[in-house]
Ligand binder design. Structure first.
Ligand code: NVA
Length: 376
């Protein structure tokens, strides 16, 4: 019997990780939570079904290479068991034409210490995605007597969970930005909804992005679940599609965060970092002007790096500005090619989920002697 699951942040030495797989990935049909996120001029609008096989093979080659690079550095790598995603999801509350993928485990699984939580995701097409990770979680449960295996309350994802016609195609980018600033999102407060990738773990403090995939009720759930933690709601008004925090606000080591310069953390919300001597640095501009074809994410996947320890980080090889900035910030950078995987669910951070990092639950924000506007 050994300890298998332990991770309190994104920067302590990584020893064991899950790397996703692209097999059978589909572009899901539109649904209340997702149609809004496909940009109006994107070729993905109105298109759905299995992704072309050659793109799946290319993505898998880069995911396999990531796994190999990690293993060469002594990190144990586990892989999920993809389902045939091209099947409908039917529940008493909804029906949608297909599922999506298990390429980005970071969205589905949230590791907090010795616990892994299967998230309460808001996309109907992602309703069964956690099943791809069940063989691994079951194995951890059998082998690690301290592993806590949890699932957030399963959302029903009925029509009550969404604001309908929230994004009319005539709504301009400016109006979307106003909505983000006003914290007016497509999901309602009917039930607890969150993607794991909206939760930034910094020891005793969880910073949770309020956006299209995570609502306030989720934050209230975290607050009650972890009474000894401090739960903070953060939002980034410059992001017209706020989905997942890991191309927006990315910690590199204790005391240092890179922040997307187009999605700055508002002044009032920065106080907790300033009062505790954390440095927030503008991230370098992406090297690319456009994301790859059929990709949901923005060019800011440039920031979506995988930190291996306080001095080492994996960055996408063509992101030359980001590589250079990491180097200047004192990190040893391992460049690897990963753009072929982007369309399947994101970058290097998205495509992984922590199982074990060394270290314990630290208090990085001991100075609480001020009004913290982010506290839930
Ligand atoms: N939604 C983010 C990506 C998160 C990994 C973006 O498109 O920039």
């Amino acid at each position: 019997m050994t300890k298998i699951v332990n991770s309190w942040n994104d920067f302590d030495p990584l020893k064991h990780v899950i790397v996703g797989r692209a097999d059978h990935s589909c572009v899901p049909p539109e649904e209340p939570a997702t149609s809004e996120k496909v940009p109006i001029d994107s070729p993905m609008r109105g298109m759905w079904g299995p992704r072309p096989l050659e793109t799946v093979e290319k993505a898998n080659a880069q995911l396999d290479n990531l796994a190999r690079v990690l293993e060469e550095r002594g990190v144990k790598v586990d892989r999920p068991s993809p389902l045939q995603w091209n099947q409908p999801v039917i529940t008493p509350d909804f029906r949608t034409g297909s599922m999506m993928t298990c390429m980005p485990p970071r969205d589905t699984l949230l590791t907090i210490g010795n616990e892994i939580i299967e998230a309460a995701m808001s996309f109907r097409c992602r309703y069964w995605e956690y099943l791809a990770f069940r063989p691994l979680l079951s194995q951890y449960f059998n082998e690690d007597p301290e592993f806590l295996w949890s699932q957030a309350p399963r959302p029903r994802l009925s029509d009550k969970s969404y604001k309908h016609n929230y994004y009319d195609e005539r709504i301009s980018l400016e109006e979307r930005l106003v909505r983000t600033a006003n914290k007016d999102f497509v999901t309602t407060e009917e039930e607890i909804l969150f993607d794991a990738a909206d939760v930034l773990r910094l020891g005793k403090d969880l910073f949770i992005q309020h956006g299209l995939t995570t609502n306030r009720k989720a934050m209230e759930w975290f607050k009650r679940k972890y009474p000894d933690f401090r739960i903070h709601a953060v939002n980034f008004p410059g992001d017209p599609y706020p989905i997942h925090i890991d191309a927006t606000f990315v910690p590199l080591r204790p005391g240092l965060i890179i922040n997307n310069p187009h999605r700055k953390l508002p002044e009032a919300q920065r106080k907790i970092f300033e009062k505790n001597d954390w440095q927030i640095v503008d991230a370098a501009m992406p090297a690319h002007k456009e994301p790859p074809p059929l990709c949901y994410s923005s060019v800011w996947l440039s920031m979506n790096c995988l930190v291996l320890d306080h001095k080492t980080v994996i960055v996408e090889a063509s992101e030359t500005n980001q590589l250079e900035q990491m180097d200047k910030l004192g990190m040893n950078v391992i460049p690897i090619h990963f753009r072929d995987a982007y369309a399947f669910g994101g970058g290097l951070h998205c495509s992984t989920a922590d199982v074990y990092r060394e270290g314990t639950c630290l208090d990085y924000f001991p100075n609480q002697d001020f009004e913290d506007v982010t506290r839930v």
